[in-house]
Design a protein around this ligand. Structure first.
Ligand code: E4P
Length: 217
């Protein structure tokens, strides 16, 4: 499963990219606002850091505006993926942008039928929002499983990008449910590496190595 970082904070992206842990980046208008940077400059900078797909979301909500913005965003860099909302206009724009050779990520997906339509529209990625479903007491991971089953039966090539990931358990659940990728906040990616027994075990090894009085180099 590919791991994308869900942020527009350039320093976090650089750090995780240096660790070799990320395959791409997703942003949304909320994350861009949090970053405080100019949208197009931030996307250009991120695209220069990571080799993989970088999702940049349109702000328009009707077809012609989405087309104009999508085409504009796609010119920023080759690895830009145009992110579109899961509305009828968004699906129409998805089909049209895909026909022009662009990559798309259809976002704000909350049902399997929405995911089915996004695949019919030729989306490169579908983003089901696990955490926001959990917030309203609907199991977000069930949605990932349903989409996986539907896509496999129908032979759709749209990649399932589990989004609105809030915890390491969400990542594990998405992987087990067959998601192709998960987009994850930087802090959650880092916390996936941590375990109290790892820390305790390493501290003991460091101490014992000192007592052994040896060196490797
Ligand atoms: C990514 O594509 C989504 O915009 C993001 O994962 C949403 O996460 P949130 O529900 O925590 O805001």
């Amino acid at each position: 499963m590919k791991l994308f970082v869900d942020t527009a904070i350039v320093e976090d992206i650089e750090e995780l990219n240096d660790y070799g842990l990320i395959d791409g980046v997703t942003t949304n208008p909320t994350l861009i606002a949090k970053s405080g940077g100019d949208f197009k400059s931030v996307i250009k900078t991120i695209c220069g850091i990571v080799d993989g797909p970088v999702s940049a979301e349109v702000a328009a909500t009707e077809f012609s505006g989405m087309m104009a913005e999508g085409e504009h965003l796609a010119k920023i860099a080759e690895n830009v993926v145009i992110k579109l909302p899961l509305t009828l206009d968004g699906l129409k724009a998805c089909r049209a942008l895909v026909s022009k050779g662009h990559k798309t990520n259809v976002t704000l997906c909350f049902t399997a039928n929405q995911a089915l339509l996004a695949a019919k529209a030729g989306a490169s990625f579908i983003s089901p929002f696990v955490g926001r479903l959990d917030d309203i007491n609907i199991d977000g991971m069930d949605l990932i499983q349903d989409i996986r089953q539907i896509y496999d039966i129908a032979g759709f090539e749209t990649q399932i990008l589990a989004a609105s990931i809030r915890t390491p358990n969400h990542v594990k659940g998405a992987a087990l449910a067959g998601a192709d990728a998960a987009t994850i906040p930087a802090a959650v990616i880092k916390s996936m590496a941590r375990h109290t027994l790892t820390d305790a075990g390493l501290a003991a090894f460091v101490q014992d190595w000192k007592s052994a009085g040896q060196s490797i180099l």
